[in-house]
Design a binder for this molecule. Structure first.
Ligand code: 5GP
Ligand code: ZN
Length: 113
């Protein structure tokens, strides 16, 4: 999508620190990390949030979940990690291209919200 920040990152038009890529997913380090490891995993195809995930090919959805596991292993998050996908204004989603945050490298807070 022309005016989408993460579509531009996927296309390489905006630089990012890549940690993983396959035919359907791209993952890169968050510019404003909230934990020692903070990675964003996005589908290369544009959908705006997890509310529209049904618009993606089921293989792409499976690839996203598989990528999260592979990245956690690659980043040596064997002690655990948290996966978050903010959806819409109540969840403070700021970039309207579906993304999963992988947060790790320290003990997470007890509450999620
Ligand atoms: P959201 O608030 O939508 O769940 O998450 C968006 C995330 O994208 C935020 O954690 C923010 O730091 C990150 N972000 C915003 N702009 C950029 C950018 O240009 N590059 C990278 N690497 N991350 C970004
Ligand atoms: Zn996009």
């Amino acid at each position: 999508m022309a005016d989408c920040l993460f579509c531009k990152i996927v296309a390489g038009d905006i630089p990012s620190t890549k940690v993983y890529e396959d035919e359907s997913c791209y993952a890169f380090r968050d510019i404003n990390p909230q934990a020692p490891t903070h990675i964003l995993v996005v589908p290369k195809a544009h959908v705006s949030s997890i509310a529209q995930i049904g618009d993606l090919n089921k293989d792409v959805i499976a690839d996203l979940m598989t990528a999260i596991g592979r990245i956690a292993e690659q980043e040596r998050l064997e002690n655990g990690f948290r996966v978050v996908s903010n959806c819409g204004p109540d969840a403070c989603q700021s970039v309207p291209h579906l993304h999963f945050h992988i947060l790790g490298g320290r003990k997470m807070g007890e509450t999620m919200a």
